[in-house]
Design a protein around this ligand. Sequence first.
Ligand SMILES: Cc1cc2nc3c(=O)[nH]c(=O)nc-3n(C[C@H](O)[C@H](O)[C@H](O)COP(=O)(O)OP(=O)(O)OC[C@H]3O[C@@H](n4cnc5c(N)ncnc54)[C@H](O)[C@@H]3O)c2cc1C
Length: 379
Amino acid sequence: MNFYEVAIIGSGPSGALAAYYLAKAGISTVIIEKENLPRYKTCGGGLVYRGRRRLPFDISSVVEREYAQMNVYMEGEQKMLSSHRDLPVISMVMRDKFDNLLIEKAVEVGAELKERHKLTHITFGQNLTLHTSEGDIQTTFVIAADGALSPTAKLAGWKETRKLIPALEYEVEVNEEDFERLSKEVRFDMDSVPAGYAWSFPKKNHLSLGIASTKRTRIDLKAYYKKYLEKLEITEVLNEKAHGFQIPISPRTDGFSRKNVFLVGDAAGFADAVTAEGISNSMWSGELAAKAILEAKLHPEQAAILYQQKLDQELLPELNTSLKAAKWFYTFRIIRNMLLRKYGDYAINFMTDLYTGERGYPKNLMKTIKAKILESKLS
Ligand SMILES: Cc1cc2nc3c(=O)[nH]c(=O)nc-3n(C[C@H](O)[C@H](O)[C@H](O)COP(=O)(O)OP(=O)(O)OC[C@H]3O[C@@H](n4cnc5c(N)ncnc54)[C@H](O)[C@@H]3O)c2cc1C
């Protein structure tokens, strides 16, 4: 039976970055992926600069478009909120190519990829035996990078404590005229669906249009998507592929490691609650898990402590603030819009700074907002 020091389940951005850092440090690392790569992943493919700037290698070969400006339209409001920076605030990628490139980078530095290997069961012991559709693999550490459904977390005994929200993604081909018009901007349309938003992310030759709601009650997202096509004034849909999935927008409450299994990315619930943007935090958490294992010199208990410490230092405080902000933002629509009419420019610039990584979420959001309002009243 093959033995690896670390086995990573899943070849998304969280798994790829974990594999990259571990393999680069000389740790025997295997990536176990149930699909054949490159594989389609349901996602808008909007990579914010904060994620791109953390990457230890260049990814421009898979970037289909870059936008230095993002536009936010508020339902029923006249003014569009907009901000511009002299850098790609948001890069457009198709996840098959993007994820594949990240995996290639991990393989280049020594990680082994096992495609079409579906993890089905784990036998726990001093080492772990991973039972896959193609045979068994032995390992000391498992990094669960297997996405929102995370079979690995279930096999290791985690209960569901994340908040999962429904989202639809459509890959849409439109006529030349509409594409020319819509590919000029990346746009977010707040409240195009109750307690959520829609997006238009232009790719090389088509649009990735999507819709997500932070409400978990039954909601006909498809009907809201149809309305969104009207709002975008799309005259003709030439081709359309629909994909539905879930986004975990709150971290698990029962820990991120146990029995030598470490959760990263969506498996841990690390997408941002306001924007549902998950790629950058996935990559970040993959990096943190790898660094914890490396710094602990492969000592399991020490690695678990270090991983928790690393999460507590930055990622979790940010996610907790974003969770509180999202609750407020999507619940109090009238007050929120009133404030945005007055302080919209501040808010969009704040969001853009978050997206670019110029700043993180404040630890105390309400205090920061109140101080900002007071400051603008005095000036
Ligand atoms: C509709 C939608 C739109 C989104 N848009 C954006 C966006 O524009 N920008 C953004 O930043 N985020 C977006 N997200 C969130 C983003 O897609 C996720 O946060 C991100 O993909 C999480 O990465 P990950 O590495 O944790 O997992 P994933 O990317 O989900 O990768 C998990 C991998 O594990 C593999 N796997 C699963 N089970 C097994 C098994 N049993 N054995 C072996 N392999 C297995 C899967 O095949 C997959 O390759 C969106 C999500 C959705 C649903």
